[in-house]
Ligand binder design. Sequence first.
Ligand SMILES: C[S@@+](CC[C@H](N)C(=O)[O-])C[C@H]1O[C@@H](n2cnc3c(N)ncnc32)[C@H](O)[C@@H]1O
Length: 328
Amino acid sequence: MCDEGLSVVRLPWGACPREGEGCSLDFGFWILDFGLKYFIQTNRQSKIQNPKFHIATAAHRLGFRWRARRERKRLRQSENDDARKLAEALAATLDEATDDAETAAWIQRIEALRAALLRSEDEVTFRDYGAEGRLKAARQPDAPFRETTRAVKAIGRDAVPPHEGRLLYHLIRQFNPARCLELGTSLGLSATYQAAALATTGGTGQLITLEGGTALARRAEKHLDRLGLTGVEVVAGPFAETLPAVLQRHRPIDFAFIDGHHDPAAMRAYFEQLAPHFADGAVLVFDDIFWTTGMRHAWLALAEDPRLRQAADLLTVGICIFSTETVV
Ligand SMILES: C[S@@+](CC[C@H](N)C(=O)[O-])C[C@H]1O[C@@H](n2cnc3c(N)ncnc32)[C@H](O)[C@@H]1O
């Protein structure tokens, strides 16, 4: 059961904004902040390659920070150890000024890699096993997955934004997991954040990251190597084929980042498949819980699962703490 419940903000795909102390102020601040950032961004358009992407990222960041502040406040009021650690990770994510020199250096190097990818003129051809990967014309659940060619800069725009990269980094630093699993490597940007955090926590932690597209997986390996992040295992192939063997070889899982196949049924199915392999206190991070109405509802249902002893909703990302002690 979730400790203290979730302070979920229900927008049009749920109900109305939650009433309560500070809510309207928060919301007003968000609108104001968004307006300001929008103004700044549009006035710099001449220097921005893809203004829509930057505006969307700024809006995403504002929503994320707004929720992260609220969740940090809620979690800080708890005596619970998991809640305290989550609150610490959120505080470190929000406050860039408190980054130590090592953290600042890693983030700078990763963001330089991102900037290079967003400028790249390369293209990659791969089989897309994601939610939109089936041949649209077929519209059948068992239709073949399509081979697709995409520009690296477009794929790079699907990576976790810098604030979510920081979150992964600080969660790993705070919880110090031995085995981390990622579903959805793509070009490896989120993997670099996780691997960098593992490198700063003694270097004994391990990251296994799964990617359907072989060409993408190979590129991710190159990017990790370029940053000197060794010891990450990038496994190529559809999750349905690769995940069972990975779970047999690497258990228990202490940290999981689910960022592939954004489909409500798939999200639940991956949780159920992973659940027997989670260590007590494992940290689970679900990305894009705001992507579609279905994903939002799937997250809200999942957050109530009795096997979770803590859940935090950052609007675009959901974080849970798994308990092996609950019998369902
Ligand atoms: C949003 S991207 C991951 C971005 C990456 N985590 C980052 O932030 O840098 C999702 C990736 O998951 C992969 N993917 C989606 N569904 C998959 C499946 N069923 N099996 C294997 N790979 C899948 C896609 O090929 C895509 O590269």
